[in-house]
Structure formats: C-alpha cells, structure tokens
Design a protein around this ligand. Structure first.
Ligand code: WT7
Length: 672
C-alpha cells in the first residue's frame, strides 16, 4: 500500500485555487475537450498588441509530414511587457519583484517592479546601442545576480533570443553553445561567489571566445558586469556599468509574433552534442504563468522561492518568468545551501517569510543528512507549499521534507517535467488531491499523459512503460535550433503521434504517475542532466583509452554519480597485458592508474565542467555490447548500482555473456 498524505489540504489556511479532486477533474476535462477555448481564456489575461487569429494548429505525427506546433498565431505580444509593464500599469509598481539575497548573509537588497523595469529598459537600450537586434542570439553566462535577470528580460524586450549557459560549464562547453547558437554577443561577469569560493569567469570566457574563433565565429560584443572585483585586462570587454550609465530608463517594446523565438536552452541528449531547445514567446508565457499559479497555489501576497539556477529550465520558468508574469514577489539567491552553515535555506525562508519553496531532491537529501538544529532553530511557519523537481524523490526524503520542513502542514508537490516541456507537466495540485510520497500524481491542465508498452499500446496499471504526451501544450519546445530533423527523431519517431519524454514510469490504480527514470543514456547528477556522450568524448581524448562508457550509478545524495568504464589501448603507455584488472598488483601500476584517473577527471572538467567530474574510473577488459556492437550502458548501471545489483534486466542481446560474468566479478571486488 502506498502512503497517502492528505492532511495539508485541509490545513491550508487559505482557500486553494483548486480545492477538490472534482474541481481538478472538471477543469482538466475542460482543458482537454476544448483546448482552444481553455487556453484562449488564459491568454486573454495578458496584454496583446494584436490579438491572435487562431489558438492552436499543429501536426504531432511524423507520418503526416513535418512536426509543427503553433499557439496564438497571428498575435503580437511581448513577454517582458507582460512580466513588468503590465503590473505597473495596474498600479503594482511598488510591489517587490525580487528580494536578492547574496552569497554573504549581510548582502541583500530588493527590487520593486518599477525599479526592475527601469533597469531592464536601460539594459535593452544598451543592447540596441551596441547593435544587438531582434532575432540575434545572446549568450548569458553569469552568477545568480539581478543582472542575470535584467539581461534575460532585456533581450526579451527587444526580441533578441537569450541563451543562458549555466555558470558551472567549462570554456569548451560554453564555446560549443556559443558556436551552435551563432551568438556574437556574450553577457557575463568577472566571477561567481559560491560559498567560500570566488570563481573567476573572465579566463573561461576568453578561452571560449578563442575556441569560437577557431570555429569561424567572431564574438564581437562582450558585456562584463563587475561583481567579484577581478580585473578585466581585455579592453574588448564592455563594462556593464559604464554602458548602462548613459542609457535611458525607458525603452519601447518590440511587439513580436507569438511564435517568434524567446530563448534557446541547451540540454543533453543521449548522443551527440547538446541540443538547443527552442521555446517561442506566447505559448511559453501562458504556460509558465498558469503552471506557476496552480501547482504552487500562488496567491497575491505570497513570497515564492525557487532555488534553481537560472542556467537550467527550472530557473527560467519558475525563478524568472512564471512568478513575474503573475506579479509575484520572489527570492533570488546567489549562494549555496550550506554557506555559511547548513541552515542557510531555512534562515532565508524565515527572513522573508517564504510561502512556497521549490528545490531539488538532491538538496533535500543533503540537508536531511545535516544536524537537525540547522533546521529547528528557524521559524518556518510561513511555508504552505513545498515543491521538488529534477528526479524522482525517494519516500524517505519526501517524508522528511513533509514532516521536518513542512511540519505536516504543507502540501508537497513533486513536479515532473523537462527542459523541452517549458513548464511542469505532471504534479499534485495543493488542495486538490492527496499526495503519495514518490509519485508526481496527476497531469496538469492541457496535458494528456500516457504510459505505453513497446508496441504502442497503453500499459496496464502498475506496468512500467514509456511516458508520452499525446497533444501539444502551450509550453512545448518548437524545435531543436538548426536541426528540426533531430527534433522529430528524438521526440516523435518512437511512437508516431506522441511526444516521447525519454522516461519510463507507471500509473497506479488511482491514476497517479510514478516516474522510474530515463530510458536513454542521459545521466542525472545532483539534478544536472548530463549526456553519456559528452563525458565519453572528453575521456576519449586520452590516448590510452580505446573504448569508454559513462554511466550514472545510484548515489545516496546526488541521485546518480558518474562512473566511467574504459578499455585501454593495447599499445598505450599503460600496457593492458600488465594490468590485472581486479586488483592493482604493484606500486608502479598503482601510480600509473592514479595518473590515468586524474587525467580522465581533468579532461571531463575541462570539456564539460566540474559538476560532471566522474566519481570513479573503472578499467575493464571489455564493455558489454549488443550483437550489433552498441554499448549496453544500462547493463553496466545494473551491475554496478548498489540497489539494483540483484536484478540484471534483459541480457539476451549481449554478444558475449562472458563479459557480463567478468563485470559482475569485478563489481563484487569493488566492495559495493
Ligand atoms: C528529466 C528532465 C524540469 C526541470 C529539471 C530537469 C527528470 C524531472 C522529475 C520528477 C522524476 C524527474 C526526468 C526528465 N525529472 N523532474 N519530478 N520526477 N524525474 O530538467 O534537465 O530537462 O531533465 O529530469 O528524467 O526527463 P531536465
């Protein structure tokens, strides 16, 4: 029996937007039966310079021609206007948009909607002044400071396409994204403050620009925000402060087509280079706003906090756009949960009387492991809704979140979605239905989710299958930048007529969805999505490596950690013949192994970023492969993951069963 938790819904001290399962079902049915009417009504809340002619047109089936999705065609609007100006027109200019809480607890300030708009306008003018135009791609590589949000909205105001790159990516990873986006403008800062560390960004950006040049892309405009105090020797960099200083604090709005691009966000697939997920303006706007309002039961006067870095989709939708579109007050936090001590998140919740708190299971698990006084000394009574996202949450962590943080008075919402979906797709709604720890519950309005068997038939309750979505919702990505073919192949070819999420899961008897995990070779480390191929390509740069497989192995706090399995080249510096694989026999070889391990880790840090550093490097005799020669990463995962050690899944396609036997033996000697 699943544990069912329904206390908080009755305890929610304000009336929830959706306060019964019946009203949820009625509204969900309405959204499915007549999506045009449903979404048309939602969209009417926004300001449109020209109203749309048609709510939705699409083709979701590759057999009927190219996939396309168009929402609110013929309409002209602007998401920055709807996020800022609209609220000021309605007399809410003095409301706080963001409480900025710096890395150091004594650095904090607030930005009203009016002040934020002025700063955004100045920055939009600055972009125009240096020649950035509508449709140009702009890379934003910055710490979690207000200028990052200003840069994003400043682009959106003039119709430039922002592409935020997470500040933890290396220069190589940054360069790949700049080149793919064809961006000639980068907005960055001198460095990042992360707990006790000061991380310089300038050398990373300079190196990335060099790599771009080698790839025939000249980055001609770099705007640099002085933040940490590192010196920029490069006179090519334009100082943010000097540039905006002379710009006016009003800037007219560029009215854009509903389907004009809003942003690119690069994410990992199972193979190949990162995909430039493209979201367009109007659909994303409507979806970000509605999901934020309902899934977090947002009401006026609330203080909302999504801890996600803006470098990821969660930060785009629920740190920036969703809350601003609803005129909400949110927190922007620059630092980390454990600095200056393990109570930082809770002290911020108390300081600003946060009502909705949204974070990732990995953060919850790491805070759960700390001394309880970090939590107990803070008054968390303002909290009403606790959200989680990024990976499945184990019931132990869920219950700790619910009991220790929420004091059994808060709704816990486990929101399941992806970079590609733009906003959350499956989630409990606070006040609408009881939750089950570990399940992301029921589809959001406009979402039709199914679990399919390999033959395309719906899986029975309790049966694991592929998670698919049957029809477009407004927040769905429109294409992979410059590669529509890959878009169709990645998401629409497995089950024609459905969008395939790439995850497996099952429904229980109550129709609640349980996500099991990725069915492809995408890894999730502390909620960061990392493609096996990105790590493998870095490892393969070492000349001693003949073959490599990177696999996400179960990890108590991070969800998964990266293990790299490699086969050495026979004629390499390290002679394979000399290596006895299950134990390292002598000092010379031991040192050689240490050196190899260090070099491989360094390669991943350089090519991808420190957050993707492998936890372990395991030299193996051979990798398990199918008869057609494909590496079976899933089998490696099963063999080396602690919890799944017993069940190996289907080995029938392995070309050489002896390989499996050897690997199992090796896994045992690694003393898991
Ligand atoms: C993948 C998408 C969307 C925000 C953060 C991640 C996994 C996401 C859940 C959840 C189980 C989840 C899926 C998905 N995932 N949320 N609540 N329960 N799994 O975005 O980097 O695009 O990763 O994260 O595997 O496909 P992303």
């Amino acid at each position: 029996m699943d544990t069912v938790v329904d206390v908080p819904f009755r305890l929610l001290n304000r009336k929830a937007h959706i306060n019964s399962i019946e009203s949820y079902r009625a509204m969900h049915t309405r959204s499915i039966k007549d999506p045009e009417k449903f979404w048309g009504e939602v969209a009417s809340e926004f300001y449109w310079n020209i109203s749309w002619k048609r709510v939705l047109s699409y083709n979701f089936n590759v057999r009927n021609g190219p996939i396309f999705i168009k929402w609110f065609e013929g309409g002209k609007t602007n998401i920055c206007y709807n996020a800022l100006d609209r609220h000021i027109q309605e007399g809410k200019g003095e409301r706080v948009a963001f409480y900025f809480e710096g890395n150091e607890p004594n650095t904090f300030t607030s930005y009203t909607y009016r002040l934020l708009l002025q700063k955004v306008c100045k920055f939009s003018n600055a972009l125009l002044k240096i020649g950035v135009k509508k449709g140009d791609r702009v890379i934003i590589y910055m710490p979690m400071i207000i200028e990052l949000i200003i840069a994003v909205l400043g682009c959106a105001r003039i119709g430039a396409v922002h592409s935020v790159v997470f500040g933890g990516f290396s220069s190589e990873a940054l360069a790949i994204r700049i080149v793919d986006a064809g961006a000639e403008c980068i907005i960055t800062a001198d460095g990042i403050l992360r707990g006790p560390k000061q991380i310089p960004l300038i050398p990373i950006v300079q190196k990335a620009i060099g790599i771009c040049k080698d790839n025939n892309l000249v980055v001609s405009k770099v705007i640099l925000k002085n933040w940490v105090g590192f010196k920029a020797e490069d006179e090519k960099f334009i100082s943010w402060d000097n540039l905006v200083d002379t710009c006016k604090s009003e800037c007219s709005v560029e009215w854009l087509d509903s389907e004009d691009p809003l942003f690119l966000l690069y994410t990992s697939g199972s193979t190949g280079t990162p995909k430039g997920v493209l979201h367009s303006i109007a659909g994303y706007m409507v979806y970000a706003s509605l999901t934020h309002r309902y899934a977090f039961d947002y009401h006026e006067g609330d203080v909302f906090w999504c801890t996600a870095d803006i470098g990821w989709i969660t930060g785009h939708t629920y740190t920036i756009y969703g809350p601003l579109l609803n005129g909400a007050t949110s927190i922007l936090f620059e630092g980390i949960p454990t600095y200056p001590d393990g109570g930082r998140f809770w002290s911020i919740c108390e300081k600003y009387a946060v009502t909705q708190f949204y974070t990732a299971p990995t953060a919850i698990r790491s805070l759960m492991g700390l001394d309880s006084h970090f939590l107990e000394k803070h008054d968390l009574s303002s909290l009403r809704v606790l959200g989680t996202v990024g990976e499945s949450i184990n019931s132990e962590a869920w219950l700790w979140y619910y009991k220790a943080v929420g004091k059994q008075k808060c709704a816990v919402v486990d929101t399941y979605w992806q970079t590609e979906t733009g906003g959350l797709m499956v989630s409990p709604l606070p006040g609408a239905a009881p939750a089950k720890p570990g399940s992301c519950a029921l589809p959001f309005f406009g979402v039709q989710v199914q679990v399919l068997n390999p033959d395309g038939t719906p899986a029975a309750a309790g049966q694991e299958g592929c998670i698919v979505f049957d029809r477009p919702w407004p927040g769905i990505m429109r294409t992979i930048f410059k590669d529509h073919n890959r878009f169709e192949k990645s998401y629409f070819s497995v089950f024609p007529g459905h969008y395939t999420a790439g995850d497996s899961g099952f429904f229980d008897e109550d129709g609640y969805l349980w996500v099991v995990g990725r069915i492809d070779d995408v890894m999730s480390v502390s909620g960061h999505r990392i493609g096996a191929s990105e790590v493998e390509n870095a490892i393969a740069l070492n000349k001693d490596i003949a073959e490599v497989a990177a696999v996400g192995i179960d990890h108590e706090v991070k969800g998964q950690s990266i293990w790299v399995f490699c086969v050495l080249r026979p004629q390499g510096t390290l002679n394979e013949g000399e290596i006895i694989l299950y134990s390292v026999p002598n000092l010379k070889l031991k040192l050689a192994m240490v050196e190899l391990t260090n070099d491989l880790k360094l390669k991943v840090r350089q090519q991808v970023g420190a957050f993707a550093t492998p936890e372990r490097i395991v030299v193996v005799e051979s990798l398990p492969k199918t008869r057609s020669g494909k590496i079976m990463r899933r089998l490696l995962r099963d063999i080396f993951s602690r919890v799944k050690k017993q069940k190996l899944g289907d080995c029938s396609t392995v070309s050489e069963p002896q390989v499996i036997k050897n690997l199992v033996k090796q896994a045992m000697t690694l003393q898991l």
